[in-house]
Design a binder for this molecule. Structure first.
Ligand code: UD1
Length: 339
């Protein structure tokens, strides 16, 4: 199948390209490189023997999308391209709503013009909002997330449901990721945040490799077993495989489908720090710091639906996530090369 991957140079997008190629699919990438480097393409080629066709551009560029759909017989679209920093979104809501919502709508409109009917959307567990029940299951109602980033994901989900109802021959899969971490086991691909990492695993990795002095753990007085927040960490290659499974399920089966992509259990921040220390063979220095605004104490996924309907389940555990992140970070201390 020819699959247009928006944001295919990015962290989850690049791992998904590799897994798609290994499953016999042909990705075509559009990415504006706002948070990624084109050298990822060589890594994809190194890992698969195939260099995907790449368009350097933005999903809000309708003319470019028309050109791509005219040049390739695209069967399905997987839409990753978005801004994703929760804190930044609070200060730049317009940019987030424009990139994420306007971008998604422009893309779906171009698909309609081109007659492309299969769409997989990169959503987030953040759409469950602040609910005191865990695990999160797809039958739960969504709630307004606290950040514009999260809200953009929820609004896009709602738009897609309405659009699918009005275009009943469309297939839409909404994949709600929990906390994707880890890297390709080769050490050739991984997460390469620009600037100071916002997320836990890349921050730990940069401390371990000596780029930063000490991890601040945001809060040790939560109502959790060790006082630090609990999350459902999932290996990025398992997330990528979830997309391949969803593609096989929804393609040409019209409807809207919602799946959690999580491991189904939670680890605390201290669990992750300890597992990483084991993986890199030295203690990762940390200090306790005040809570970070907007963090929830504890949540994880019920991933039964994806297991039953997609035949998908995670294969990799926390030790794999840490070992692979460490291999990637130690082989590429400064991330991807510029070219
Ligand atoms: C956030 C987003 C989620 C997004 C994910 C990955 C929300 C509510 N969550 O998840 O949608 O998919 O990022 O981009 O919108 N921590 C530290 N020190 C650090 C960094 C993090 O202690 O330097 C702690 C946090 O307080 C949290 C845990 O580590 O308890 C995980 O944080 P993070 O990796 O940022 O992910 P989330 O906030 O869970």
């Amino acid at each position: 199948m020819n699959v247009l991957i928006t944001g295919g140079i990015g962290y989850i997008g690049s791992h998904t390209c590799v897994q798609l190629i290994k499953s016999g699919h042909t990705p075509v990438i559009i990415d504006n490189l706002c948070n990624s480097k084109a050298s990822v393409l060589q890594r994809i080629e190194q890992l698969t023997g195939h260099k995907p066709t790449f368009y350097n551009g933005d999903v809000r560029d309708a003319a470019l999308l028309d050109k791509i759909f005219a040049e390739h017989r695209i069967d399905s679209v997987i839409h990753f391209a978005a801004l994703k920093a929760v804190g930044e979104s609070v200060n730049k809501p317009l940019e987030y709503y424009d990139n994420n919502i306007h971008g998604s709508l422009t893309l779906v409109d171009a698909m309609r013009r081109a007659g492309v009917k299969n769409f997989i959307f990169s959503s987030s567990a953040t759409v469950y909002g602040d609910q005191p029940i865990t695990p999160y299951v797809e039958t739960m109602e969504t709630r307004r997330p606290s950040s514009p980033y999260g809200n953009s994901k929820l609004i896009i989900e709602q738009c897609l449901e309405d659009i699918q109802k009005a275009q009943p021959d469309m297939s839409v899969a909404l994949l709600r990721y929990f906390n994707p971490v880890g890297a390709h086991s080769s050490g050739l691909m991984g997460e390469d945040p620009q600037g100071i990492p916002n997320n836990l695993m890349p921050f730990i990795a940069q401390v371990a490799v000596g780029r930063r002095e000490c991890l601040s753990i945001f809060g040790n007085d939560y109502p959790t077993p060790d006082g630090t927040c609990v999350r459902d960490y999932i290996h990025v290659v398992d997330v990528a495989d979830g997309h391949v499974a969803a593609l096989n399920k929804v393609t040409n089966h019209p409807g809207t489908y919602v799946y959690n992509l999580g491991a189904g259990f939670g680890y605390s921040v201290l669990d992750v720090v300890n597992a990483f220390s084991k993986a890199c063979g030295k203690p990762v220095p940390y200090q306790f710091a005040p809570r970070r605004g907007g963090d929830l104490a504890s949540y994880w996924a019920d991933s039964t639906k994806a297991a039953n309907e997609l035949g998908w389940q995670v294969k990799l555990n926390l030790d794999d996530m840490c070992a692979d992140t460490w291999r990637w970070q130690s082989m590429n201390p400064q991330g991807y090369p510029d070219e």
